[in-house]
Design a protein around this ligand. Structure first.
Ligand code: BGC
Length: 417
């Protein structure tokens, strides 16, 4: 009898210990990583945290660019129930920090020496008033093209070296009866293509003057008209069912040989890898022709919301530390398609596209040709970003011609500020 009671108490104590440990160390994570490739990368993060006894409560909200996730987040915060950690982009982080909603990560940042290894372009968004408020998990870039190599080989198409060659390549694919450009007609995807197109038309100075400085003359310029004309050209190469299609289904069209090209951020590579496709053999990655030497980037960061319990704070610190470890940054980004958010991670584990992504980022950062993605919240606050989305999408869907789009862009950006 005594032995049974003793045993029962021991079991209870063990259970309580596990429960309280799980409660103490759980993080609820709101994110929009719901495609196959994204889920595979998320698994790397979940496992890393599980190995350290940090419990994971999943809060996925599908939708690239994170618009839907941000809407859910606002509702949760309004209800007084903010998740502990939230995937967030660029200016959204600064907005929440302005509202004093984010936790201070200075202790872990100092212990781990983040100041010395996180590129300044990311620190601009990870720090607020000199304090660390989020942990960057990666650097993506948007001015990429993903191509099905077998289709190009069959049609004798070389990797296009400039915009005209790209258009000629798409014409040849269209003529062969296939879809030239796989695309999903959603505002954020249209805007993602626009990032690369703007760079290809006018380079970084034009991009910055128009979309970072929001200079009305540049927004309303002849060059901007040319950018919209290029968007109209791209529109002529998508299939009839593009409207509303998710980005990963567009990637699948290229993976399966139903389409030749997709213009998308390097999270698309995660889909190719998940389908066991090999860069250089099955698919090609190259910069949007005309945008070589420039990089439009976005970085997924985990912003931690202010919590009062010490145990919750400890879990946030542990998660931030885990995310920033060099081995995790390598393991995660190899699967995600992105590149590390620290400058000291070796490129050995990365494939050819990843190695190119790392080299491009370092070079662009050095030469001043690194710009924040318009589409992914790294050029402007959400109001301006959304105003740009509206015009780009309306134009892509034929509501405006390029001249009208340029006028609308100037007005919409002015009204949104
Ligand atoms: C995020 C990526 C994500 C993509 C599509 C982007 O905004 O930065 O991590 O894979 O959206 O969901």
């Amino acid at each position: 009898m005594r032995r049974t009671i003793g045993k029962t108490m021991a079991v209870c104590a063990a259970l309580m210990a596990t429960t309280s440990m799980a409660q103490a160390e759980d993080v609820e994570v709101l994110h929009w990583w719901t495609s196959g490739g994204e889920a595979a990368a998320l698994q790397v993060l979940k496992k890393d945290l599980a190995d350290q006894n940090i419990g994971w409560v999943d809060m996925p909200v599908a939708g690239g660019g994170g618009e839907a996730a941000m809407t859910t987040l606002r509702a949760r915060v309004t209800a007084g129930d903010a998740p502990t950690a939230v995937q967030m982009l660029g200016f959204d982080i600064l907005d929440w920090a302005d509202q004093k909603a984010l936790a201070n990560l200075d202790d872990v940042a100092k212990q781990e020496g983040w100041d010395a290894v996180v590129p300044k372009a990311l620190q601009k968004f990870s720090k607020h008033g000199g304090h660390w408020v989020s942990a960057p998990v990666n650097v993506h870039s948007t001015n990429w093209v993903w191509a099905n190599k077998a289709i190009l080989d069959e049609l004798g198409i070389k990797q296009p070296a400039n915009w005209d060659e790209f258009v000629a390549a798409m014409q040849a694919v269209k003529k062969s009866g296939r879809t030239a450009l796989a695309h999903g007609g959603q505002a954020w995807q249209d805007a993602t293509m626009f990032d690369g197109v703007v760079l290809s038309v006018g380079g970084v100075d034009f991009y910055r003057k128009a979309f970072v400085d929001l200079d009305p003359a540049t927004l309303g310029s002849e060059k901007m008209n040319e950018a919209f004309e290029r968007m109209a050209t791209l529109r002529s190469f998508v299939d009839d069912n593009f409207s509303g299609r998710d980005w990963n289904l567009a990637s699948a069209m290229v993976i399966n040989g139903d389409a030749a090209f997709q213009i998308m951020g390097d999270w698309a590579k995660g889909e190719f890898l998940k389908a066991e496709k090999v860069p250089g053999k099955d698919f090609l990655c190259f910069r949007v022709p005309g945008s070589e030497g420039t990089v439009s980037f976005n970085s997924d960061q985990f912003a931690m919301f202010s919590v009062s319990k010490d145990s919750a704070k400890a879990a946030q610190g542990a998660m931030a530390k885990a995310i920033m470890s060099p081995t995790f940054q390598s393991a995660f980004n190899v699967v995600k398609g992105s590149v590390p958010a620290r400058t000291d991670v070796p490129n050995d584990a990365f494939d050819a596209c990843g190695k190119q992504g790392m080299a491009d980022l370092a070079a662009a950062s050095k030469s001043g040709t690194l710009v924040g993605s318009i589409a992914h919240g790294h050029a402007n606050r959400a109001a301006v970003k959304n105003a740009i989305y509206d015009v780009v999408t309306a134009h892509f869907n034929g509501e405006y011609d390029s001249k009208a789009a340029v006028e609308e862009l100037v007005n919409a950006v002015e009204a949104a500020q």
